[in-house]
Design a protein around this ligand. Structure first.
Ligand SMILES: [Fe+2]
Length: 240
């Protein structure tokens, strides 16, 4: 049983969460979003608001395109709730989605995630490995299991790894291909120790500037949407 495996290992693999047609659509969507950001970056000399368009300055993958809380991927995040329950046995609430287009020679350092990523998934959308002779190449993600053993997990487009982001150390060694699109879908346990619906935004689909905790970071470029939550959301330090 998947949920027994998850309980024992703090991770589980869901094959074919989305079908090949959906993968093609989402992969091309991410590639176009990255090209759009390059255009905006060029025509504004880098003087643009990252909130609606994305960034090339994520410290986890500098130079690669990343975007928080995209409308389409936040929709996928919400659609993933029943699958999360099925695979983990845990009732979850959505926090946020984050997508990224990794490029040549990228490395993802070993890390754990912040509390909004208590229950996380990383979903492989598609890649460009036309520079490689090995057409079966699939960039693996490393995971340190509960018992200390380190495993490398290979996914096909549409597959995802579900893992306890705050507890399981994860990483990727250097990427050998040209492009690799991945979306992270993050959840909290419903009524659990974090329980931050929508990552403290008023609703899904809004940018990170709407996060209540983000207002406490004056150095970040952000928009004040004038929203003050009535809920007693918890605050925390950002790890990455
Ligand atoms: Fe992570």
């Amino acid at each position: 049983m998947d949920k027994d495996f998850f309980k024992k290992n703090d991770y589980v693999i869901r094959r074919s969460f989305i079908d090949p047609n959906m993968c093609t659509l989402l992969y091309r969507y991410v590639c176009l979003a990255k090209a759009r950001l390059e255009y905006i970056d060029l025509t504004t000399n880098g003087n643009f608001d990252e909130q609606p368009w994305g960034t090339f300055n994520d410290t986890q993958a500098p130079g690669d395109y990343s975007k928080y809380g995209d409308l389409l991927f936040d929709t996928l995040l919400e659609l993933g709730v029943p699958t999360m329950k099925e695979m983990t046995g845990i009732d979850v609430i959505p926090t946020y989605s984050y997508h990224r287009l990794y490029t040549e020679k990228t490395i993802l350092r070993r890390h754990k995630d912040r509390p909004s990523c208590e229950l996380s998934t990383t979903l492989f959308l598609g890649h460009d490995i036309s520079n490689l002779t090995d057409k079966n190449y699939s960039w693996p993600m490393g995971i340190k299991k509960k018992d200390g053993e380190e495993v490398e997990i290979h996914l096909n487009p549409g597959d995802m790894i579900i893992y306890r982001g705050c507890e399981v150390e994860h990483w990727r060694k250097q990427f050998k291909g040209l492009k690799h699109a991945q979306v992270f879908l993050h959840y909290n346990e419903k009524d659990g120790k974090y329980h931050m619906p929508f990552d403290t935004r008023p609703m899904l689909g809004l940018p990170g500037a709407c996060r209540q905790e983000r207002k406490k970071e004056p150095t970040r470029k952000s928009i004040d949407y004038g929203w003050e939550p009535e809920n007693d959301y918890k605050t925390f330090d950002i790890i990455d």
